[in-house]
Design a protein around this ligand. Structure first.
Ligand SMILES: *[C@@H]1O[C@H](CO)[C@@H](O)[C@H](O)[C@H]1NC(C)=O
Ligand SMILES: *[C@@H]1O[C@H](CO)[C@@H](O)[C@H](O)[C@H]1NC(C)=O
Ligand SMILES: *[C@@H]1O[C@H](CO)[C@@H](O)[C@H](O)[C@H]1NC(C)=O
Ligand SMILES: *[C@@H]1O[C@H](CO)[C@@H](O)[C@H](O)[C@H]1NC(C)=O
Length: 828
């Protein structure tokens, strides 16, 4: 992201007023009449031979020319034309209406006819798409794509731009020309100039939106202006571009009329969860929006709105009183660039003051958080930037001065903060005070988690029975011992179970000499020493991945990892799973609330009259995976009866069951594992078939099922989600909750749980969340992020007091050991 011009066009501080004028097509000269004559025979033969030789030569030359000198280039022109002899109908605004298709077909053939009659245009025309109609009589909008060899490009551009060039020719064969058109206008690239109207919202869209996707190889500019001494507020109402990659389609918004990097405000690609704020502010009365698309993949595009605002006079100010709140300008929209605000906060003289940032997004791409050289907040000489969950800055006096600075480029959504007065002798009444000034719940002191950023809550502790004493004095929960993660900081929790230097640690914890790795023998007992040796075919064992061909390969977790490992590529089949539609990371940081679309496989199972009872995971269009114990009879109700249940998909908020994007489905059948034991909870798994398949959407997607040989190593980070409703008999959350957890050592966990674990169970401990971090409900998903960022179902919430708590391990059904049973019943 250097300070370079990154648009492929030398467009600088131009006057963009006239950019939307385009080019008009005017009448062409009449074509010459063909002369017919009958030449003598030998002349004909001679001519034919010469023609043949010439043609061969030219063909050869042309072939060479095209093949090696001139691969055709693709060009897109946008345009509109007026149809004179046609009445406008309301139905023309609906691109799926039969009326639209009928007129679009006519306009298309008229445009094609016009192109065909021009030698510099016709041969290179590839496709024309009519994107919309508007009134007057009827104005048709379209774009046309051309494939033109380099040496003909200039003449095509000239022909498309030349006023003398083209217009509809009267065709004598058609007694009644179907459409009479005029003012055929084509833009090379799309350029629009828009001026905000006082008190009005102006909207604009990508060409064809929403009826047809934007064209390939396009370069569009929207120059936005407002009255002098105003600024612009721009909002993308809907936005769906090609998923982000280095060379994917993108939008860039500039705080100027020149597309130059030092004035870039944001680069957008892919699509964004509804919670992501797509409002941007300018610092002056102009803004430039550009769309750059590559040669493949057409996506719907965007609809945007803008309006003008009086220029902000000053921001910041003085704040007095015992407490209060303040935010960056226009929060939660992206703050304007080139802005400085100063807040002077003062509380009563006998108290001290602190500032708590509840949301903090002051992130500039490519700027290390340690330097904060571009946008930042500054308090008492210290700069803060980047993204942070809640943090506190305390003053040792009754005043604090806070400066916010944004530079010319890249803005973010800013901060929302409050200031509070505190008593210096008791800064956190009823709570524990971190050395940083943050107040935390007393129960968080000495619980093994660093709740104060500086660890002050975990100093000078006496370890309890459930805790392990690290050599450096920290107390850590015993279930973090021997999980291959250095929790103590000095690795003392891993020392007793690490392997000697010249040995290999198996996935099951056993140590084998390094020389036995990849020697063709299963020395570990779980095959992990033979797991990732080479991609060559190996004899099939119970721990080797089996391709559809029946061959086995020696690679751990090859399914859907983006690499074709099986000769028949069967390891990469059926990989339409485990990805979120909204690629952008959730902006809800610090809490455990999930964002819309964050866990698109999460299902809520409701029972009539009782509401949400259990969670489940969507694994295909028709199948769900849940826990068998959800369907046990209870208090005279036969929960195994499918007609009692309704599955809610695409749901985030239990309070909004009929919200947009939510699908409800009836259950056709419920199959619980026949070995399910309601005393030990062994084999706690069930599959549910839906009556009708679901329609996948941005918020409804299946999770990947791991192969039975898939290895989820001890110490791996996983996520559990759910509304947590039934587990503790509480009311549960209304917003879908998430918690980050870690797989813990089965041997250690079994000791803590007094031998209650079976091979169908896995043990996890919670990594995030407050004291009441009780997330997930029975039947819900435990997911793992694997190669190529796909998520796999690792487990199903089973027992362990129902949910993962801070100081207790949770127990989940182990998907891999129940995988064959799932396959047998669902065919997946
Ligand atoms: C558009 O036309 C189609 C086909 O006639 C119709 O099903 C649909 O409801 C129309 N949409 C709107 C928004 O009128
Ligand atoms: C984005 O910020 C604007 C301006 O403050 C606000 O009106 C809008 O509701 C916000 N949108 C979202 C999705 O938060
Ligand atoms: C500002 O920081 C200095 C240390 O850098 C500290 O001594 C002083 O107390 C701080 N001032 C306030 C008002 O917090
Ligand atoms: C689990 O812990 C035991 C000691 O309790 C240790 O021997 C074993 O290696 C550990 N397993 C793993 C996979 O680290």
């Amino acid at each position: 992201m250097g300070g370079c011009v990154d648009l492929p066009l030398g467009l600088f501080e131009l006057d963009m007023n006239n950019l939307d004028e385009g080019v008009e097509f005017l009448p062409a000269m009449n074509s010459k009449k063909m002369e017919k004559r009958g030449p003598k025979r030998q002349v004909v033969v001679t001519i034919l031979i010469i023609v043949f030789l010439l043609v061969s030569l030219t063909t050869g030359l042309l072939f060479w020319h095209f093949k090696y000198r001139n691969t055709p280039i693709q060009k897109v022109f946008n345009g509109h034309l007026r149809v004179l002899n046609w009445e406008f109908l309301d139905a023309y605004e609906n691109s799926s209406s039969p009326e639209f298709s009928m007129l679009a077909k006519k306009v298309k053939s008229t445009v094609e006819e016009i192109y065909k009659n021009h030698a510099d245009i016709g041969p290179y025309h590839k496709e024309t798409v009519i994107t919309a109609f508007s009134e007057g009589s009827v104005i048709a909008y379209y774009w046309s794509e051309f494939l033109v060899p380099k040496y003909r490009e200039e003449s095509l551009d000239r022909a498309m731009a030349d006023k003398q060039s083209l217009v509809q020719r009267w065709n004598p064969r058609l007694r009644n020309p179907m459409l009479k058109v005029e003012s055929v206008i084509a833009f090379r690239d799309c350029m629009f100039s828009l001026h905000a109207k006082e008190g009005e919202v102006t909207s604009f869209t990508t060409p064809g939106f929403p009826n047809s996707p934007y064209p390939n190889n396009a370069l569009c500019y929207w120059a936005l202006r407002a009255d002098a001494s105003s600024t612009i507020s721009l909002t993308f109402k809907t936005l769906e571009l090609e998923p982000c990659r280095d060379d994917s389609d993108y939008i860039k918004v500039y705080n100027s009329l020149s597309p130059v990097e030092p004035h870039a405000l944001v680069r957008l690609c892919g699509n964004y969860a509804p919670s992501y704020n797509l409002t941007f502010l300018s610092s002056q009365n102009v803004m430039l929006v550009t769309l750059v698309t590559n040669k493949e993949g057409r996506f719907p595009g965007f609809k945007a709105e803008f309006f003008q605002l009086p220029k902000m006079k000053a921001c910041g100010g003085s704040l007095k009183g015992d407490s209060g709140t303040f935010t960056t300008p226009y929060y939660p929209a992206h703050y304007p660039p080139d802005t400085d605000c100063v807040w002077n906060i003062e509380v009563s003289s006998i108290k001290n003051v602190k500032v708590r940032f509840n949301m903090f997004y002051v992130l500039e791409p490519g700027i290390p958080v340690s330097s904060c050289t571009k946008d930042y907040v500054q308090i008492n000489g210290t700069r803060y930037c980047g993204e942070h969950s809640q943090f506190v800055v305390a003053s040792t006096t009754n005043r604090i001065e806070l400066l916010f600075h944004s530079d010319q480029s890249y803005t973010d959504t800013g901060f929302s903060a409050e200031f509070l007065s505190y008593d210096s002798s008791d800064p956190c009444p009823g709570k524990f005070t971190c050395n940083t000034g943050r107040c935390i719940d007393r129960s968080m002191r000495c619980d093994g988690w660093l709740d104060c950023v500086d660890g002050s809550d975990e100093r000078s502790c006496t370890c309890t029975e459930q805790q392990f004493r690290c050599q450096n004095g920290w107390c850590k929960p015993k279930f973090w011992v021997c999980d291959n993660v250095n929790d103590c900081g000095d690795n003392s929790d891993e020392l007793q179970c690490s392997c000697a230097a010249d040995s290999f640690k198996c996935d099951n914890g056993k140590c084998v000499p390094s020389t036995q790795k990849c020697d063709g023998k299963d020395d570990c007992g779980d095959g992990s020493d033979e797991g990732s040796c080479s991609l060559t075919t190996v004899p099939c064992k119970k721990y080797t991945y089996k391709c559809r061909s029946g061959h086995c390969i020696s690679k751990q977790n090859p399914e859907c990892d983006g690499e074709q490992d099986c000769e028949d590529h069967s390891d990469e089949d059926n990989c339409n799973c485990g990805l979120r539609s909204y690629v952008r990371k959730s902006r809800i940081v610090g809490g455990q609330n999930s964002d819309v679309g964050e866990w698109p496989w999460q299902v809520s199972l409701h029972v009539k009259g009782q509401g949400h009872i259990c969670g489940a995971s969507l694994v295909s269009a028709s199948w769900l995976v849940s826990a068998a114990h959800c369907f046990l009879p209870l208090q005279g109700i036969r929960y195994s009866d499918p007609s009692l249940w309704t599955a809610y998909l695409g749901l985030t908020n239990q309070g909004d069951l009929s919200g947009s994007g939510v699908q409800t489905h009836k259950i056709k059948r419920i199959i619980s594992h026949p070995f399910f034991n309601d005393y030990t909870y062994d084999y706690d798994i069930a599959v549910l078939e839906l009556q009708r398949p679901v329609t996948f959407t941005a918020v409804i997607q299946p999770i990947c099922l791991p192969d039975a040989t898939h290895n989820f190593p001890v110490g791996k980070d996983l996520w559990v989600t759910g509304w947590g409703a039934t587990a503790e008999g509480g009311t549960g959350a209304s917003i879908l909750q998430k918690a980050e957890i870690r797989l813990i050592n089965q041997t250690v966990c079994n000791q803590l749980l007094t031998d209650q674990l079976t091979p169908r169970m896995m043990c996890v401990g919670i990594l995030t969340g407050g004291v009441d971090a009780c997330q997930g409900d029975s039947g819900g998903p435990l997911v793992s992020v694997e190669a190529s960022s796909r998520m796999f179902l690792a487990g199903v919430v089973s027992w362990g007091d129902g949910c993962a708590q801070r100081n207790k391990p949770g127990v989940y059904s182990r998907l891999t050991s129940l995988r064959d049973w799932i396959q047998e019943h669902t065919g997946l």
